[in-house]
Design a binder for this molecule. Structure first.
Ligand code: ZN
Length: 134
């Protein structure tokens, strides 16, 4: 078993993993669609349901981490526009103060304070050290 786990993490190395709000939404949408399809016996809904699932898996296995993070940020920004009235002002300003980006080695989401020029960042997950403009 530990060997399998190791092989899995090796295979997932450098992949996005899909641990974000957009994937949560996609998987939720998939479940809602298949439940509605089953309850109303609308087999036609299986098609969008599986397209949504394929997209979610595509994002999980994607190696283009920058693009996936940008996608999720766009989605979260859209969510903020829709639910902005329910959000606390502190949370709103956090995005302006911090730069959020993925670790170039493992894809872990990191955040650094903006406006400090080039800073040295150490990833808390894989301990890779690199320079980033803040
Ligand atoms: Zn890392």
């Amino acid at each position: 078993m530990p060997d399998l786990k190791k092989r899995y993490s090796q295979w997932m190395q450098g992949r996005y993993g899909g641990n974000d709000k957009l994937n949560l939404f996609l998987l939720g949408a998939f479940l809602v669609l298949i439940v509605i399809a089953a309850l109303l016996q609308l087999r036609i809904l299986d098609i969008p349901a599986f397209l949504v699932l394929i997209y979610a898996y595509y994002r999980i296995l994607s190696k283009n981490i920058e693009a996936r993070v940008a996608e999720n940020q766009k989605f979260e920004l859209g969510l903020e526009k829709v639910f902005g009235i329910f959000q606390s002002p502190e949370k709103k300003s956090a995005r302006r103060i911090y730069r959020i980006f993925p670790c170039p080695q493992c894809g872990q989401k990191l955040r650094i304070p903006k406006g400090h020029g080039k800073v040295s960042v150490t990833c808390p997950k894989c301990h890779k050290e690199f320079m980033k403009r803040s």
